[in-house]
Design a protein around this ligand. Structure first.
Ligand code: PGA
Length: 252
């Protein structure tokens, strides 16, 4: 049985003060749901300590939106896994905005996954095709390759502990979401079956898969009803107090 997992990806929103205030506002409502669903906020680096403090005494998780794979060194502007572990349990890796705007590659995402796991952080690995790829009918090949590259060299146990977020790029922040059926089909063939091929059925059954892209309180239930969808990575809708309602709808 995979426990549902809803993660908020705040992107470049909320200051330290705003983060603390927001979490204080939603924490009771979310905490009441955490027996049924894992919940986490992935905040901007400097807001992470505020989130970590605000969730103390609850089961709400904390995540980062990126990290670097090296242990330490002369990497101006970067943050290591060890710098995150006092505050975070999760780290988003390879979000399409990082791939698209900041040149992240499959190889870098894989190195980051190894480094995150070595430090006990759960990677939320993002994959997903562009509109052009979608229309060209290459979604399954492209996403399968992203999954395979991201997991390269991980043990079955490590792979099982990862979360993979399927986010079609054309559905992120656009209000256009993939239909639950389409998302479920792609996540089955391009993610879960690829994990099964690489590691076997047991690992494929254990790994949690999130859908992401314009998820909101009114559509989350449709996604959660799908067998291959175990949760969601939520951008815009995780910035508002009705994120609590979204999480409530996720677990019915
Ligand atoms: P959105 O973003 O929910 O605002 O579409 C999702 C994401 O990019 O993780």
């Amino acid at each position: 049985m995979r426990k549902p997992f809803i993660a908020g990806n705040w992107k470049m929103f909320k200051t330290y003060a705003e983060a603390g205030e927001f979490v204080a506002q939603v924490r009771e409502g979310l905490e009441a749901l955490t027996a049924k669903v894992d919940v986490a906020f992935c905040a901007p680096f400097v807001a992470i300590p505020a989130v970590a403090e605000a969730v103390q005494g609850t089961h709400i998780g904390v995540g980062a939106q990126n990290m670097y794979f090296e242990e330490q060194g002369a990497y101006t502007g970067e943050i290591s896994a060890a710098m995150l572990t006092p505050f975070c349990q999760y780290v988003i890796l390879g979000h399409s905005e990082r791939r698209g705007y900041f040149g992240e590659t499959d190889e870098g995402v894989n190195k980051k996954a190894h480094a995150a796991l070595a430090h006990g952080l759960t990677p939320i690995i993002c994959v997903g095709e562009s509109l052009v790829q979608n229309e060209a009918g290459v979604t399954v090949d492209f996403v399968s390759a992203q999954v395979e590259a991201a997991l390269a060299g991980l043990s079955a146990e490590q792979a099982a502990s990862c979360v993979i977020a399927y986010e079609p790029i054309w559905a992120i922040g656009t209000g256009k979401s993939a239909t639950a059926d389409d998302a479920n089909r792609t996540m089955g063939t391009a993610v879960r079956e690829v994990v099964a091929k690489l590691y076997g059925a047991e690992t494929a059954e254990a790994i949690r898969l999130q859908y992401g892209g314009s998820v909101k309180p009114s559509n989350i239930a449709e996604y959660m009803a799908m067998p291959n969808i175990d949760g969601a990575l939520v951008g815009g809708a995780s910035l508002q107090p009705d994120f609590v309602e979204l999480v409530r709808q996720a677990v019915g």
